[in-house]
Design a protein around this ligand. Structure first.
Ligand code: NDP
Ligand code: 2IT
Length: 449
């Protein structure tokens, strides 16, 4: 519970205004709890209503997306764009296409994006969008028609200096391509309005790899500085088998770990010899198939139905890279019992509050998503810079900048936690370090009376 009356009041206001939005409330509560010592030390935050302002999106756009399927039938989905905070730069954040998308999910993602984007050190504000459209089982033409219809409305609200969307669950290079084509048709303008673009039309080298690589750079630095350890010789388990999971696997393996399990929303595969990533890429990136097929193709691998079972596999390092709340208290306890030494969040909010407490109380190194998965959006900001310059940097240049950014985020989060008497608590440190820059900009820019 909150110590400060001010925080209590702010949180009660959020609850009253967003009833039943459990993911959004979960994300807000965690940040506000971390800010107790900051609020106590800076009375201006209360005087200027900074927290009441930061928990309310600047603008929310909910819209109808109608499109025609291959049978000629009209389908209707709901589109979302939440422009949460533009204090330090244009709104920036991905577009999620998944049937579970609703206002609570988009608002929790948009809210966390404010602090994550601030942590990157780059000038980007926070936003998020998406739709309850389910890309699974749809033809390429259906995906194209949906993306065009989605962008027909979204184009009215975004722009290279206003709001720059990107990928997230269900939105990869194919969807970004269709959306970019439609934006250009409508606006007659070739600008960096989306990131994660293809390399032939303004995309950045290393953006595809960035979230997974960045996660491993962060975890590597955390292991080194807080435990004198590294990925070398460690057993790792990575949930998911999408963009983040695949490139987390690649970098963890490069750094010397053996990744023995991956999953999707149906189940997980366990391969004691180490996952053969070329097979996963073929199934997931080329064929758009299910992870189950891995066990049919690779000798010695097993498939198990259900996704939470992946956390019962004994490992040193766990990298949840699928979705929110995928590690609950029970799974966290099992990981701890099996001797996990570090958990690095690749997905957004994959650990429940009880799971985080379980890890922290057991002395497990814990890298929170806002800090550890910021490499994706950081590289998106590097794509924006390249688009503005009309230049393309090499893979090595982008990758070196990404690594530097992730190492800095670790130290900023670590130092902020120490400064406020919570040494080693990277959850609090990331929330505080991300918040301080945004709060300073909000104070400087004043309030419109
Ligand atoms: P993808 O769509 O490429 O992959 C998502 C993966 O997670 C798939 O394996 C998917 O399985 C699985 N998954 C999705 N929903 C669920 C669910 N409800 N239960 C179990 N598994 C699920 O998305 P990304 O890899 O891009 O995103 C993964 C996570 O990383 C998300 O939390 C996202 O917000 C976060 N993230 C992404 C960034 C990026 O740059 N792409 C940047 C920072 C964070 P299935 O195929 O069965 O649906
Ligand atoms: O959650 C995230 O940070 C993303 N999905 C990436 C956002 C972006 O703008 O690259």
């Amino acid at each position: 519970m909150f110590q400060s009356e001010y925080l209590k009041k702010v949180y009660a206001g959020v609850e009253a205004r967003n009833p039943g939005e459990k993911e959004f409330l979960q994300a807000v509560r965690e940040v506000l709890e971390s800010l107790e010592p900051v609020v106590a030390a800076n009375p201006k935050l209360q005087e200027q209503g900074v927290l009441e302002r930061i928990v309310e999106p600047e603008r929310q756009i909910f819209f109808r997306v109608s499109w025609v399927d291959d049978k000629g039938q009209v389908q209707v989905n709901r589109g979302y764009r939440v422009q949460f905070n533009s204090a330090i730069g244009p709104y920036k954040g991905g577009i999620r296409l998944h049937p579970s998308v609703n206002a609570s999910v988009i608002k929790f993602l948009g809210f966390e994006q404010i602090f994550k984007n601030s942590l990157t050190g780059l000038p980007i504000g926070g936003g998020k969008g998406g739709s309850d459209f389910d890309p699974k089982g749809k033809s390429d033409l259906e995906i194209m028609r949906f993306c065009q219809s989605f962008m027909t409305e979204l184009a009215k609200h975004i722009g290279a200096d206003t709001d720059v969307p990107a990928g997230d669950i269900g939105t990869g290079a194919r969807e970004i391509g269709y959306m970019y084509g439609q934006y250009k048709r409508l606006r007659n303008e070739f600008t960096g309005v989306l990131t994660g673009k293809g390399l032939t039309y303004g995309g950045s080298l290393a953006r595809k790899e960035a979230t997974g690589f960045g996660l491993c750079y962060f975890v590597d630095e955390m292991l080194r500085c807080m435990k004198g350890e590294s990925f070398k010789g460690k057993i790792a388990v990575i949930s998911g088998s999408g963009n983040v999971a695949i490139y987390a696997n690649q970098k963890a393996t490069e750094l010397g770990a053996k990744v023995v399990a991956m999953s999707d929303s149906n189940g997980y595969v366990y391969d004691p010899n180490g996952i053969d990533l070329a097979v996963v890429k073929q199934i997931k990136e080329v064929e758009r198939g299910r992870i189950k097929e891995y066990a049919a193709r690779v000798k010695g691998a097993e498939y198990h139905e259900g996704c939470s079972g992946i956390w019962t596999i004994k490992c040193d390092i766990a990298l949840p890279c699928a979705t929110q709340n995928e590690i609950n208290e029970e799974s966290a306890k099992t990981l701890v019992k099996n001797g996990v030494i570090a958990v690095g969040e690749g997905a957004n909010m994959p650990s429940t509050p009880e799971a985080i407490a379980t890890f922290q109380n057991a002395g497990v190194l814990f890298a929170p998503a806002k800090a550890s998965n910021a490499g994706g959006v950081a590289t998106s900001a590097l794509e924006m810079s390249q688009n503005s310059q009309r230049l393309s940097w090499t893979f090595e240049e982008v990758d070196a900048k990404l690594k530097n950014i992730m190492v800095n985020i670790f130290h900023n989060a670590y130092n902020a936690a120490e400064k406020y008497g919570m040494k080693g608590n990277l959850v609090a440190g990331a929330n505080i370090a991300g918040f301080e820059k945004v709060a300073d900009a909000m104070l400087a820019q004043g309030i419109a009376y």
